[in-house]
Write a protein that binds this ligand. Structure first.
Ligand code: PLP
Length: 503
């Protein structure tokens, strides 16, 4: 029996734990029921049905209810599970959003119940040490040594932002600490190089950091979205005297093709100009776990910083993002001495926390769930899972290539497959871009399959709408992939006559 109102239980107290046990049964039952009822990766009905589902749970009332009710919590859980995207479903292939391991989900319950924080020693001493050790191990995983540092962050976008913050402060140090004095009055034009296929968070970070989005120079890419190292060199060599190359951002695992920028060449270039090399391996980190794919990341250890997300390709719940730096002294701009949190005499005696490694103050413990996945799956298991996903992508590509009504863009490099629907022999559609977009929306609204979309520029220079599959579920089988592709071609046929014009 769940108590409510002023008698509602706190999770960690004995009565709370008792109620948690009951609630856990409810949650597990709800998860099981939702999976049984759902025919696909998502409930059907599209945006209107999702809005209606929330309306129904609220019943015209508010969250901050006048009449607290345990029953409404159960209904909320049921609706949430019924309307969740089932990331374990083989046709959930849209986003870089993996299904977490059972151990990491249990770790989240433990972390939430205990609600430790990393900003003061007395907020969570074990959690603090756990993150320190995890960061050390992650730094050595990418090839950094004992001087390395880093932090866990809420996502790849924030990890990229932090890396660019460190690079900005190092590059512009000659004219005074930017974190201390700001950017105004500096007679330099900062420049950040990244490829035309880099994630948008790089340009946003440049904007937030006062460098301006206009500081970002997009280096041309080859037909698979790989930065052309010679072009990067040409750009740096052509800089005027007041143009300061703050950072070269290489992408290891681009969002569309999953391609890897040439790290060794970019590391050479960065070393030559004393420029910070940041590697955005948000998605590509998966390759590092697989002996077969790890060579894609050769040169990673020569970076100054690396960002990666285990909530993308590491089977932990979001947020599980890591940014590591080769030399932790570059994180000094985050140092903070707050009398109420970390007095220096406490720190001198070892009562230290991680306030000075993060943009946040109160910060949850993400290390626990990451440790839980690593400990249960193990290094070899992680590699096997990554390779399973890579094989799935290759299989899907081979089926697409052999299907007349689908057109493959290229063989997969990691675990994404880009393709588009093409009219069957003897048929035509008025607007193939609109049609492809409509096929994806139909599959989403029917709850049959979830795919991503993107634009790919063809040999004639014209960008066109394409569809993308992202494989991150090691349990998906070839039969599952056949079903997914059959659903896509069926939806394409059903949509072909409908004259879609919007995309
Ligand atoms: C290459 C790359 N970097 C960074 C990000 C941003 O990561 P997050 O969504 O965790 O902020 C993404 C997201 O897809 C990505 O593909």
């Amino acid at each position: 029996m769940i108590s409510t109102g002023r008698n509602a239980a706190l999770a960690g107290r004995p009565e709370g734990l008792e109620q948690l046990r009951g609630l856990l049964d409810t949650v597990l039952g709800t998860l099981g029921d939702a999976a049984l009822k759902r025919g696909g990766p998502l409930a059907p009905g599209g945006p209107q049905a999702a809005v209606a589902a929330v309306d129904e749970v609220l019943g015209g009332g508010r969250f901050l209810a006048d009449e607290p009710s345990a029953q409404r919590v159960t209904e909320l859980f049921e609706a949430y599970a019924a309307w969740a995207v089932d990331l374990t479903h083989p046709s959930a292939a849209a986003r870089m959003q993996c299904a977490p391991t059972a151990a990491s989900a249990a770790a989240e319950l433990l972390a939430a119940t205990l609600n430790q924080s990393l900003h003061a020693w007395e907020s969570g001493p074990f959690a603090l040490e756990l993150e320190r050790r995890l960061i050390q191990e992650m730094a050595s995983l990418v090839g950094f040594g004992a001087e390395a540092g880093g932090t866990l962050t809420p996502g790849g976008s924030i990890s990229n932002l932090m890396a660019l913050l460190f690079s900005r402060d190092r590059a512009l140090k000659d004219t005074g600490e930017v974190s201390a004095t700001g950017l105004a009055g500096r007679q330099v034009r900062p420049r950040v190089l990244c490829s035309a296929a880099a994630h948008f968070s790089v340009a946003r970070a440049a904007g937030f950091l006062g460098l301006g989005r206009s500081a970002v120079v997009k280096v041309p890419v080859d037909d698979r979205g790989r930065m052309i190292a010679d072009e990067a060199r040409r750009i740096v060599e052509g800089f005027d005297a007041d143009e300061v190359p703050v950072a070269i951002v290489a992408t290891a695992g681009t969002t569309d093709h999953g391609s890897f920028d040439p790290l060794p060449e970019l590391a050479d270039l960065a070393a030559e100009y004393g420029t910070w090399l940041h590697v955005d391996a948000a998605y590509g980190i998966g390759a590092l776990f697989s002996p077969k794919l790890a060579p894609l990341l050769d040169g990673l250890g020569r970076a100054d910083s690396v960002a990666f997300d285990l909530h993308k390709f590491g089977w932990t719940p979001a947020s599980s993002s890591v940014v590591v730096v080769r030399d932790r002294r570059h994180m000094e701009c985050l140092d903070e001495q707050a009398v109420y949190l970390n007095p220096s005499d406490d720190e001198a005696l070892g009562f230290t926390a991680l306030l000075g490694t993060s943009l946040q103050t109160t910060r949850r413990s993400d290390a626990l769930k990451m440790a839980a996945t690593f400990l249960t799956v193990g290094r070899e298991g992680m590699g096997d899972w990554v390779e399973a996903c890579h094989d799935q992508a290759r299989y899907a590509a081979s089926v697409i290539a052999a299907t007349d009504s689908l057109e493959l863009v290229a063989d997969p490099l990691l675990t994404t497959v880009i393709f588009r629907c093409v009219p069957e022999e003897g048929t035509s559609v008025a607007d193939e871009n609109a049609w492809n977009a409509a096929v994806r929306r139909k599959l989403m609204a029917d709850g049959r399959a979830l795919l991503a979309r993107t634009k790919i520029t063809g040999p004639d220079g014209t960008p066109s709408v394409h569809l993308k599959l992202v494989f991150l579920n090691p349990t998906t089988t070839e039969d599952d992939i056949d079903t997914l592709l059959t659903d896509i071609t069926a939806a394409a046929r059903e949509t072909a006559g409908q004259g879609a014009t919007q995309y």
